[in-house]
Design a protein around this ligand. Sequence first.
Ligand code: COS
Length: 390
Amino acid sequence: MVDFTLTDEQRNMRELAHDFAEKEIRPVAWDYDKDGTWPQEIIDKAWELGLMNGHLPEEYGGPGLTYLDGCVIEEEIAWGCSGIGTSLSCNGLATAPIALAASEELKKEYLGRLSEAPLLASFCLTEPDAGSDVSGMKTNAVRKGDKWVINGSKCFITNGSYANWYTVYAKTDKEAGHRGISCFIVPRDAGVIVDKKEDKMGQRASNTATVSFNDVEIPLNHLVGEENKGFKIAMMTLDRTRPGVAAMATGVARAAMEFAVEYSKQRVQFGVPIAMHQAIQFMIADMSTKVHMSRLATWNSAVLLDQGKRNTLESSHAKRFSADSAMEVTTDAVQVYGGYGFIKDYPVEKLMRDAKILQLYEGTAQIQRLVIAREILLPRRAEAPAAAAV
Ligand code: COS
């Protein structure tokens, strides 16, 4: 049956998230953006209310929400502020590889930590010379006695300055390309260095840092999954987290559309509210279609995961379409505001800046197209169900 009717429980969750976004996030979002303020207070409150770590399985102290539940929550939070939303949801990215492939011992310890306190974890894949091309990474891990020794540097790491532990990808076989990458858990206190906090165009309340590993030693059992199987773990992780980014993009687009609708009813030009002009009506109509289609694509990609199916194609469809739509809708919202839209006193200027990163992080719009093209031309879906052991 094709049915996207939310259950009573999902509607309640959406209401809780919306209420939180409206009362706790919106009133401070533009101030936090201005100064790039770290939203620790909001993180603590969201954690208390169960608006973080929804994905954590019940056996490790989490609520075990579905992927669809997560998308419903993330759209509302991003409607409030996608920068704060990124800070709140990043644990999902760091923990997906652990839930997929880590030993029971690691899951208990590291997933358990996030259930017990409002702590953060970061996902460390990108490097200065290895963004889209994951296999080009230089960070390496070498086995020495009863330790792994990690050396290298990761950039653009969300929550990097504040993370309690890091999911780190490193080369364990330099000659083997993508088949020579492994995944590790690195606790912060193992000696992780946080080098640089980025000063960003948008989503300024989120923290983006460079983290480095200089002879950082971790126990052998901190390898996640099998040695040299990290690339697949990373790809399977992104299949699971791109729906969340698509949901955030839907929230940003929806917020921009709502502001544009309100403004168009108040702003009078040529003797009538500008909403009476067809030029504006068509922009509003396109915004509404894009928000609607973004949500449908997002929910579809999440539901496939909840059904235990591989969603690589749909996840990239959702991420690509929703992020591009958020950029278009926020740009048009600025257009509806006219010159005022370009001024920081008006809300849509921030939304347009915030939208840009949605087309960049967790795989650029071009990488999503690459994945889509490959899935169409060389379908792999039969080969690997979503929950396949890595
Ligand atoms: N699920 C499971 N396995 C997957 C997979 C997926 N979604 N996607 C690829 N794989 C597997 C392939 O089946 C292949 O397996 P074999 O080793 O058995 O042949 C292997 O992974 C390599 O796949 P591929 O040849 O497609 O790898 P490429 O090096 O060409 O890279 C892209 C593919 C570009 C899609 C990948 O590097 C990517 O997603 N880059 C963007 C990374 C990103 O999003 N960065 C953002 C930072 S994270 S916030």
